[in-house]
Design a protein around this ligand. Structure first.
Ligand code: ME8
Length: 519
C-alpha cells in the first residue's frame, strides 16, 4: 500500500511531431504548481513529464523534415526538456518512450494483456486519423468536402485495412462503469465524468492495438511484424516511471496507484476509458484520478499553425517574465474550463493583481519597516481587534488553499490568497502606519508586524505558483531558507521580531499595454 503522504502527478507525454506551444506549457505549469504545493506541504512527490515519440504522426513528421525518426525525436524531445527548464518546472523524471526502460514496460503490459486473454489477432478495416492517432467509426465523421472525411477534431481520416491485434475492450464495459461508480472522483471535473460515463454506457467496441503498415514503434513481443498502437505504448509511460514491470520496486510501491493524471480534455477518453481497462486487464489497480482541463484559444481563435497564431512560450517568458506568465495561466481561467489568451488580458492581470495588489503592498510595508524600524521586523505590542481579524484570516489561509489544491483548483487557491492581499491593503489604508510614526510608534510597530506576518504567509503560499516572486519576498522579509515550507505557518509560528531585512526592491514591474499591442 502506498503511504498516504505520497503524491504522484503526471502531465501527458507530448508528441514530438512539433515544437512546444502555450498549450503544452499550460498543463506542465499546472502540474508544477500542484507538485510544488504538495512538497511544501510535506508530501513525498513524484512529478513526471516527458515525450511521446512513436507512431505514424511522428514518423511522418520526421520524413517531412528529411531526418531519421531517431534524430528527429532526439531534437524535438530536447525542445520539451528546454521548456521545463525555461518554466522552472520541478519534475522528478522526464520520460521518453524511445528509452529502453519504457520499451520493456510496454512489452510487459502487452504480455500481461495476452495472459489475461484480452488480446486476439484479427484484421482492422476502418477509418484512422493520424493527427489524433485514433480510430473512428463512420457515424463519428463529418464531410470535409472534395471527398475528404473528418474526425471530430477536424483532422482528416484515412481508410486503413491491415492485420491487427485487438484488445477486448467490450469485456471491460461493466467493470469500468462499476469502477466509476465506486470512485466518484476518478474523473474530474464532474461534467467531464458524465460525458465519459455516458460514452461507456453506450457500449464499447474492441480496440485495434497494433499496426503493420509502418515500423516506428514498440514491437509486439510475440510477432515483430506488428508494432504496438501508440496509445497503448504511450499510456504505459506512467507505469514505466514507477519501475514497472518490477512490482516490488520501491517507487512502484510508494506511488502506485496514487497517480493523478492531468490531461487536456482532448485526450480524456484515452486516459479515463482505455487506460483503466488496460490496467484492470493486466491486474493493476487504476490510478486515483484523471483531471481534464480546458482548451486555450488565442484572441478567440483555435491555435493553429495555418493561421500563424500559435503562442510561443519561450518568447512569452522573455517578454513578460516567468512568474507573470505562470500566474496569468493559472489565475485567468478556472482549471477545467476553456480559456482565451490575449496579451491585453495578460498585461491587465500583471498590472492589476501583481503590480497593484501585491507589488504595492510589499513595497509599502517593507519600505516603512526599512525606514522606520531600523530595517528590522518590529516588536509588536498587544494586538487590537482589527489586527486579530486580519491575523485570523491569515491563519485560515493554508487550510483553505489546501482544500482548493486537493481539487486541482489552482485558480481558486490564488483567489483565496488574493482575498488576504486585498484585506491587507484595506487594513494598511485604514491603520495608516505612516501617520503613526509620530503619534504612536508602538502602535505603528504592531501594525507593521501584523502586515509582515501577513506577507510572510502570502509569500510562502505563492511559492508553488510563482517560485521566484515567493522566494524574493521571503528574502526581503528576512525569512531563513529552512522556514519556508507550510510547517512554518500557523498562529504559534509568527514571523521573528528583530529579524533584519535588506533594502526593499520592487517585485513586479508594471507593463505599458501599448508597447505590446502588436499581437
Ligand atoms: O495528445 N489548450 O500529445 P500532444 C490547452 N502524446 N492544452 C493544450 C492545448 C491547448 N490549446 N494544446 C495542447 C498527446 N494542450 C499524446 C499524449 S499521454 C499518455 C499521450 C496540451 O502533444 C493538453 O494537455 O498532442 C493536451 O492534452 C496535450 O497538450 C496534447 O499534447
Amino acid at each position: 500500500m502506498p503511504a498516504i503522504d505520497s503524491y504522484f502527478i503526471t502531465t501527458p507525454i507530448y508528441y514530438v511531431n512539433d515544437v512546444p506551444h502555450l498549450g503544452h506549457a499550460y498543463t506542465t505549469i499546472a502540474c508544477d504548481a500542484l507538485a510544488r504545493f504538495m512538497r511544501l506541504d510535506g508530501k513525498k512527490v513524484l512529478f513526471l513529464t516527458g515525450t511521446d515519440e512513436h507512431g505514424q504522426k511522428v514518423e511522418k513528421s520526421a520524413q517531412a523534415a528529411g531526418q531519421s525518426p531517431a534524430d528527429f525525436t532526439n531534437q524535438v524531445s530536447q525542445r520539451f526538456r528546454d521548456l521545463t527548464a525555461k518554466f522552472e518546472i520541478s519534475n522528478d523524471d522526464f520520460i521518453r518512450t524511445t528509452e529502453q526502460r519504457h520499451i520493456e514496460a510496454a512489452q510487459a503490459i502487452w504480455t500481461a494483456l495476452v495472459k489475461s486473454g484480452d488480446i486476439y489477432l484479427g484484421s482492422y478495416s476502418g477509418w484512422y486519423s493520424v493527427r489524433d492517432e485514433a480510430f473512428f467509426s463512420e457515424v463519428e465523421l463529418t464531410d470535409g468536402g472534395v471527398g475528404e472525411r473528418l474526425a471530430p477534431s477536424g483532422a482528416p481520416v484515412e481508410w486503413v485495412e491491415e492485420p491487427s491485434y485487438f484488445f477486448r475492450l467490450s469485456r471491460w464495459q461493466k467493470p469500468l462503469i462499476k469502477f466509476y461508480e465506486e470512485n466518484a472522483n476518478f474523473i474530474l471535473p464532474q461534467s467531464r465524468r458524465n460525458e465519459v460515463v455516458s460514452f461507456v454506457s453506450g457500449g464499447l467496441q474492441d480496440l485495434s492495438v497494433s499496426r503493420t503498415s509502418f515500423k516506428w514503434g514498440v514491437p509486439v513481443p510475440e510477432n515483430e511484424d506488428h508494432i504496438m498502437y501508440v496509445w497503448l505504448d504511450a499510456l504505459t509511460n506512467y507505469l514505466t516511471a514507477t519501475g514497472y514491470p518490477d512490482l516490488k520496486s520501491n517507487v512502484f510501491k510508494t506511488f502506485w496507484p496514487t497517480a493523478l493524471h492531468v490531461v487536456g480534455k482532448d485526450i480524456l477518453r484515452f486516459h479515463a476509458v482505455y487506460w483503466p481497462a488496460f490496467l484492470m486487464s493486466a491486474g493493476i489497480v487504476p490510478p486515483s484520478r484523471v483531471f481534464a482541463h480546458g482548451w486555450w484559444t488565442v484572441e478567440g481563435e483555435k491555435m493553429s499553425k495555418s493561421i500563424q497564431n500559435v503562442v510561443e512560450p519561450f518568447n512569452l517568458v522573455d517578454v513578460f517574465g516567468l512568474d507573470q506568465v505562470r500566474y496569468f495561466l493559472l489565475r485567468e481561467v478556472p482549471f477545467g474550463n476553456d480559456g482565451d489568451f490575449s496579451k491585453t488580458a495578460l498585461i491587465h492581470r500583471i498590472n492589476s493583481d501583481l503590480s497593484n495588489d501585491l507589488g504595492n503592498l510589499v513595497q509599502r510595508v517593507l519600505s516603512m519597516i526599512h525606514r522606520n524600524c531600523d530595517a528590522e521586523i518590529p516588536v509588536p505590542a498587544s494586538f487590537s481587534d482589527d489586527d486579530q481579524i486580519l491575523l485570523s484570516q491569515v491563519d485560515d489561509l493554508l487550510q483553505q488553499v489546501r482544500d482548493s489544491m486537493k481539487q486541482q483548483a489552482c485558480h481558486d487557491a490564488l483567489e483565496k490568497i488574493w482575498a488576504v492581499i486585498r484585506t491587507s491593503n484595506i487594513y494598511v489604508d485604514h491603520e495608516a502606519p505612516w501617520a503613526l510614526k509620530k503619534t504612536d510608534p508602538i502602535r505603528m510597530n504592531t501594525v507593521l508586524y501584523t502586515l509582515a506576518e501577513s506577507l510572510r504567509n502570502i509569500a510562502i503560499l505563492i511559492q508553488p505558483f510563482m517560485p521566484n516572486a515567493g522566494g524574493k519576498m521571503l528574502n526581503q522579509l528576512g525569512v531563513p531558507a529552512g522556514f519556508r515550507t507550510f510547517s512554518s505557518l500557523g498562529a504559534n509560528k509568527r514571523i521573528l521580531a528583530g529579524q533584519a531585512i535588506p533594502k526593499p526592491v520592487g517585485v513586479f514591474p508594471r507593463f505599458v499595454a501599448d508597447e505590446f499591442s502588436d499581437g
